[in-house]
Design a binder for this molecule. Structure first.
Ligand code: LER
Ligand code: MN
Length: 272
């Protein structure tokens, strides 16, 4: 069954970014539960930012899961990337993601590789960057597998990466990895910029899609842009998608309205 999630950012440096809740885990859990979300998605600065004693009781009390954990804190806070020309920095990036996989595993949540993929250029050719990326995803996929979890790899729009900007080439890339647990995160905002046909890309991505960032064309909450959801929803149903649709959207006009718009759209398509 497709489930709903809403993002919460604990990263002060990311203020202004596309996350719905910003006022801590207790606030996010209470509001997410009040609106009927199944889960929260956590963007934390690092693996030690959230204590188990804090989050576990909140999840229990509110009947919530953790849908996924972001790893972009490694980029935002430490400038790390998996395709850095410096091998030591690449190792630090891998170690940071491993620590975030550990953090997520506490709550059975997969980690997301988004901005941590970096970009090619300067001393690093595209081919070399893709080799670095494949090595990192293989290693990190293996690391996630010990917890029986997937690893989520997210193609981003052209202004945020020059590695993979489209779902199908990214799916073909992860399909080459031996373990098969690196899945694609389909973010509808990035797809609206890069895909010729969002629904077709979802159909073609098929079983490689493991998570969805559920948002409108302008990165506002669903219903606040011009995205056509009907064909997207039909494609998700057709491929038998049963992961999360997670609201990674600007808190506009405010967090609560963004969350409400998302859950209304979600219910309209998946619960009525
Ligand atoms: C960044 O634009 C994004 O979509 C995030 O999910 C990346 O971690
Ligand atoms: Mn995203």
């Amino acid at each position: 069954m497709i489930k709903s999630a809403v993002t919460v950012s604990l990263v002060e440096e990311a203020r202004g970014g596309p996350f719905v809740f910003w006022d801590g885990l207790a606030d996010a859990c209470q509001r997410a539960a009040e609106l009927g979300f199944d889960a929260i998605e956590v963007f934390a600065p690092g693996p030690d930012a959230v204590q188990r004693q804090e989050l576990e009781p909140l999840l229990e009390q509110h009947g919530l899961q953790v849908a996924a954990v972001g790893t972009g804190g490694g980029m935002v806070k430490h400038g790390l990337s998996l395709t850095d020309p410096d091998p030591q920095r690449r190792q630090q990036a891998v170690d940071f993601v491993k620590s975030m996989i550990d953090f997520g595993a506490t709550y059975r949540a997969p980690a997301i590789i988004g901005s941590m993929q970096g970009r090619w250029g300067g001393d690093v050719s595209r081919a070399t960057a893709l080799q670095f990326l494949a090595q990192a995803l293989e290693q990190l996929g293996d690391y996630a597998a010990q917890f029986d979890l997937p690893l989520l790899y997210e193609p981003l729009n052209r202004y945020e990466t020059n590695l993979f900007t489209n779902v199908v080439p990214a799916a073909e890339f992860v399909a080459e990895l031996p373990r098969g647990n690196v899945k694609i995160l389909a973010d509808l905002f990035h797809m609206n910029i890069e895909e010729a046909d969002i629904a077709q890309a979802i159909t073609d991505g098929g079983s490689h899609i493991g998570h969805v960032h559920f948002v409108d064309s302008n990165r506002r909450a669903t219903g606040l842009g011009h995205m056509q959801y009907e064909p997207i929803v039909a494609a998700l149903k057709e491929i038998g998608y049963d992961g999360y649709l997670s609201a990674e959207a600007f808190p506009l006009p405010d967090s609560m309205t963004a969350a409400m718009m998302t859950i209304d759209t979600f219910r309209k398509f998946f619960r009525d």
